[in-house]
Design a protein around this ligand. Structure first.
Ligand code: XIL
Length: 461
């Protein structure tokens, strides 16, 4: 069908336009270096080429494998190891002059089944854990700057999480893991890491007491990681003070998994607020002398865990799904001392606008059916990240089959949602999709379309 191939060609052209950062854009790793911190990102090893690889290498001076060093990945069957993904990350880092945060050695989640479901005596479990730490840390000895030795040891109320390790071994599992890691690579900085400890509160207090106890026992702990999985509008006001009180215990601190999620769809106003919040979190680290750096948990919205785990939420990272820097990216740069102009949200910047223009064309029609093509153009000055286009059929039509969008219908109302490859529409850019419909009696064109709830202008052709 010619309509399909024409639309496919248009989509390919749009994707081709999505070039990496503009020439004048700042380089986060260089800016971070002038402030004495690193700026890192979590990565997916299989994606480290093309535009994704280019941005990872150019912008960040630390990388964290999002999954490749977890126990379930490296030792899926007892005694049989799979290091390919982890090796790829470490090799990439070395080729690009980057540090590596090793993530993570002992964690209640993403354990291999043989470990999670196996039953072991306490002595055996302790040996298994110590051997695992020793094996993995030894493999990358001298090549990992920071290790998240123990991940997420706490409950929300600050008590110890009843993981397999805690339940069988008690709190001493933590001391053992750190001692094994130190013995295997004395140069690596050893961290404990958790979420919802970013601001002061019961969980942060629990971490504070735990670190005090570990230090008192002479456990070789160098740092505390604050994951920083934050919600738009809920960045803790106490972040800086909280980082500082841990630093005052005599440990390094770092933001290790920063993302700031929002309810979709993203709007210009939400993205502007997100810029302010990425800037504030970065500033909080910079204000604490022992804060070593910040890592974002994925630099692009197309590589973020948020939409999978928090349905309806997303747009949590500094680049959109088409690798265009979002306002948040410029917020980070500004915190790191950049004085250029970009991303909006500053005095004198244009006020963000949203808008859309739809063209609707019936391309062919027969006695019971028709084929239509829809193009939606972003006429605002800020990117669209994910879209839902709605219209109402005036004369009883229905959509029977669609391409380049997922279209559903309820009564007379049709709803088209982007597919992955056309989720992002840059200002001035467009996305197209097509469908076959059924009609009888009349096939009058829809009179109005809305994009993410806002009315679009409409041209029929
Ligand atoms: C996440 C990964 O990003 C996902 O790909 C995976 O499916 C689940 O784990 N806290 C952590 C990270 O310490 O390891 C988690 O990473 C996100 C929450």
């Amino acid at each position: 069908m010619t309509a399909v191939s024409a639309l496919t060609a248009a989509t390919v052209a749009l994707v081709g336009l999505a070039a990496p950062a503009h020439a004048a854009d700042p380089v986060l790793r260089d800016l971070a270096a002038t402030k004495g911190v690193y700026y890192g990102t979590a990565v997916t090893s299989s994606k480290l080429s093309g535009t994704y690889g280019a941005i990872t290498g150019a912008q960040f001076d630390s990388i964290t494998p999002a999954n490749e060093m977890k126990w379930g990945t490296v030792e899926p069957n007892r005694g049989s190891f799979s290091w390919a993904g982890a090796d790829r990350v470490v090799n990439f880092a070395e080729a690009n002059g980057q540090q590596v945060r090793g993530h993570t050695l002992v964690w209640h989640s993403q354990m291999p089944n043989w470990l999670a479901n196996g039953s072991f005596s306490n002595t055996e479990l302790r040996t298994i854990m110590n051997d695992h730490v020793t094996t993995e840390v030894t493999r990358y000895k001298g090549r990992i700057d920071h290790w998240d030795v123990v991940n997420e040891p706490l409950n929300e109320d600050g008590t110890m999480r009843t993981s397999k390790f805690y339940t069988q071994l008690g709190e001493s599992y933590i001391a053992d893991a750190f001692r094994a890691a130190r013995a295997a690579d004395p140069a690596a900085k050893l961290y404990i890491n958790d979420y919802n400890t970013d601001g002061t509160g019961p969980k942060s207090n629990g971490m504070y007491s735990l670190v005090q106890r570990l230090k008192a026992q002479g456990v070789p702990i160098d740092g505390v990681g604050f994951q920083g999985h934050l919600i738009l509008g809920q960045v803790p006001a106490t972040l800086q003070a909280n980082l500082q009180r841990f630093a005052d215990l005599g440990v390094e601190v770092a933001i290790t998994e920063l993302d700031i999620r929002m309810t979709l769809p993203a709007t210009a106003a939400k993205l502007a607020q997100q810029k302010t919040e990425f800037k504030a979190v970065t500033n909080a680290c910079l204000a604490v002398a022992r804060c070593e750096g910040v890592t974002v948990w994925g630099f692009t919205d197309s590589d973020s865990w948020i939409p999978d785990v928090f349905p309806g939420e997303g747009a949590a990272t500094p680049y959109d799904a088409g690798f265009q820097p979002k306002p948040a990216y410029y917020g980070i740069a500004e915190a790191l001392g950049w004085t250029g102009d970009g991303g909006g949200g500053d005095p004198g910047d244009p006020v963000p606008t949203t808008g859309c223009a739809v063209t609707y064309a019936v391309q062919s029609q027969w006695n019971t059916g028709f084929t239509a093509a829809v193009t939606v153009r972003n006429t605002g000055n800020s990117p669209v990240n994910g879209w839902t286009l709605r219209w109402t059929w005036p004369s009883g039509q229905s959509v029977t089959q669609a391409w380049n969008a997922t279209v559903s219908q309820s009564g007379a109302q049709a709803t088209a949602v982007n597919v992955a490859h056309n989720a992002a529409i840059a200002p001035g850019g467009s996305a197209g999709f097509g469908f076959n419909g059924a009609w009888s009696g009349g096939n009058t064109a829809p009179g109005a379309f809305t994009l993410n709830g806002a009315a679009c202008t409409l041209a029929l052709s």
